[in-house]
Design a protein around this ligand. Sequence first.
Ligand code: KG4
Ligand code: ZN
Length: 373
Amino acid sequence: MVILGIETSCDETAAAVVSTTADASRLWEIRSNVIASQADIHREWGGVVPEIASRQHVRDICGVVERAMADAGVAWNGIDALAVTQGPGLVGSLLVGVSFAKAVAASLEKPVVAVHHLAGHIESIFLEHGNIQLPAAVLVVSGGHTSLYFVPEPGVYSLVGRTRDDAAGEAYDKVAKLLGLGYPGGPPVDKLARQGDDQAIDLPRTRLTHADRNPPPADLATSLFPPGLKHLAEFSFSGLKTAVVRYLQERGVAVSTGLAVPSDAGPLSPKDVADICASFQRVVVEALVDRTFAAAAWLGARSIGIAGGVSANSRLRQDAVTRGEHEGLPVFVPSIKLSTDNAAMIAAAGLRKLQRGEASALDFNAEASLAIK
Ligand code: KG4
Ligand code: ZN
């Protein structure tokens, strides 16, 4: 079976052709994977501007799909099904992909599968590594999400924890903006962190104590944890961002948190900036790795997966794999190209749903917020 995947949930217009294989250990093969990033356009605004994003998707979608078909050497009559990101994301952006996919499906008289964006990120691990040991604990860590899933069998995802406030990628983007490093913030902070001293600044570790806990949100499958430990897999990053703001203010930096104006790092030397990046990154990565491993132990997971844009982070990849080797728990991370938003992962998640007999009727719509199914 050959499937065309389409992803337009944020600021990447992406299309990919993926086919099933006869190999039982590696179910899918990527035939093409095309991404038109809008990062250069949004950079001058300091972040994604939704209206600009949806207009740019309209401009790019036809060319991106044609390129994905050409790269795969597939004609329209060679497409058996379509998969498209239904949500969550920016609704105007999602609408472009959803409308395009439905129109193609209707004209080709082929099935279309509505895919949850985070199911796509989870399936990027299976697309890269084939069948990993299940059950797995899978951390999806991106610009919009920091969520931990329990995957007991292929295609089944139970949300067991997520961030109480900012996503980890969002914290990277905000800290980068404070330091005048541009958008998206993850790559430059990651790069500078490698040159800095990660103990230079004493930033607070995230702690969700009894005192500041609200009951966990109702949609979490917390019954998988023992009663006193329902918060085991929850994250919080806004306090860390505030601590960086305070530190910068103490150092005399004129901090601007306005949308359009990146701050000038002012009195900070390049070494100071590298030290801030390294210290910030240490705290983020420790929180992600510690909580994921703790949850995996309680869940009885036989492997750990880490996906989403922040899984491209060099320290997160390294620390998680090293810890996994130490604890005898295999850790699977997709390649960089499959970590950040792409359509091959959406195509894979679509194939997974089709294999489970879950094609969508043509009346589904784009959904800015959407629970995983
Ligand atoms: O998954 P993704 O491409 O889009 C969303 O679904 O959000 O993730 C984008 C996020 C951005 O916040 C970006 O700064 C972050 O991933 N990111 C990184 C790195 N590369 C991208 N964060 C830390 N280190 C990186 N190397
Ligand atoms: Zn994403």
